[in-house]
Ligand binder design. Structure first.
Ligand SMILES: Cc1ncc(C[n+]2csc(CCOP(=O)(O)OP(=O)(O)O)c2C)c(N)n1
Length: 285
């Protein structure tokens, strides 16, 4: 496949200069290298600027409710393991309203790849603080600055037992594309938090701000992403230096394996003629 095979005809509604463009480029590049047809790829998203990304990619898309992406994505993967299932979500969508789903889908460990466009702000609703906003960050609502402690998503994911935990930067598209590919190849739940400048509402965490701090965690080859305690410590690093790359990686049994769903006929292909679906549905209508 070629990058152009994944281009959709939708007009892009992001602001000029938005960090989401870099993520879109990285996603399409990764997909073009996967050697999978667009019909075999499913993007699930919620509500937000980040959640518009699947509209701009030519493949299957399920655009659901704010914060509810992960149960939908997990269910789709469980029903049809032949799909490559990706999630695009914002820091509000995934770490705020969808936080409970994040916790339990990490525990469930279905084979899905979650890309969080982390701009440290609610973009679509015009700039309120999000769970990852830096303390002191001033918005129209938080006029005296954010007073809550921020959530550290990578640290939380490692503590919960996620088997693939990574951070990318939307300006480093080659590196991000590689990370997304590694996340897809990882068997189980993969979390990729992407630093994504919001040029309209986040005037603190700008391209300049991130670019001064970001460094590749394994540039000198001495970082071991399989060392859990080192990864835990690294996941907490935030401030003058911000690591990007694969922070933690471990092989784990997936939900599909535990349930015996990784072999045999995928659920979606099972014949269900003998099931009285009308009777079941009538109980809910
Ligand atoms: C159930 C529900 N709660 C709240 C909203 C309002 N809402 C829509 S998007 C959003 C936050 C978006 O922020 P984020 O997920 O960080 O995405 P971004 O727009 O920054 O990419 C909120 C609060 C909604 N649409 N539905």
């Amino acid at each position: 496949m070629d990058i152009s095979d994944f281009k959709s005809n939708e007009e892009i509604a992001w602001c000029p200069g938005c960090g989401n463009f870099g993520i879109l480029t990285a996603v399409k590049k990764t997909l073009s290298q996967l050697a999978r047809h667009p019909k075999d790829i499913l993007f699930v998203s919620g509500i937000g600027q980040a959640s518009k990304l699947p509209h701009y990619v030519n493949c299957n898309c399920f655009n659901g409710l704010h914060g509810r992406t992960l149960p939908v994505a997990s269910a789709a993967k469980i029903a049809n393991r032949n799909l490559t299932v990706l999630v695009t979500t914002g820091d509000g969508d995934c770490y705020g309203e969808g936080g409970n789903h994040l916790i339990h889908n990490i525990r469930r460990n279905t084979d899905i790849t979650v890309i969080v466009h982390d701009n440290q702000v609610y973009g679509l609703t015009k700039g309120q603080s999000s769970p990852t906003s830096d303390p002191g960050y001033v918005t129209k609502i938080q006029e005296e600055g954010v007073i809550l402690e921020p959530l550290h998503p990578l640290e939380m994911a490692i503590a919960l037992g996620a088997g693939f935990v990574a951070r990318g930067y939307s300006l480093e598209t080659e590196h991000l594309s590689w990370l997304i590919g590694e996340g897809i190849r990882h068997k189980g739940f993969s979390l990729i938090d992407v630093l994504q400048p919001c040029v309209s509402f986040n005037k603190k965490n700008t391209y300049e701000w991130y670019s001064k701090r970001v460094y590749k965690v394994n540039d000198n080859g001495s970082y071991d992403p399989e060392n859990k305690m080192a990864a835990y410590e690294k996941s907490h690093e935030w401030g003058d230096r911000i690591p990007i790359g694969i922070i933690y990686r471990a092989e784990k049994e997936t939900y599909e394996e535990k349930r015996g769903l990784s072999q045999g006929i995928p659920l979606v292909d099972e014949q269900i003629e003998d099931v009285d679906i009308k009777g079941i549905l009538s109980e809910f209508v």
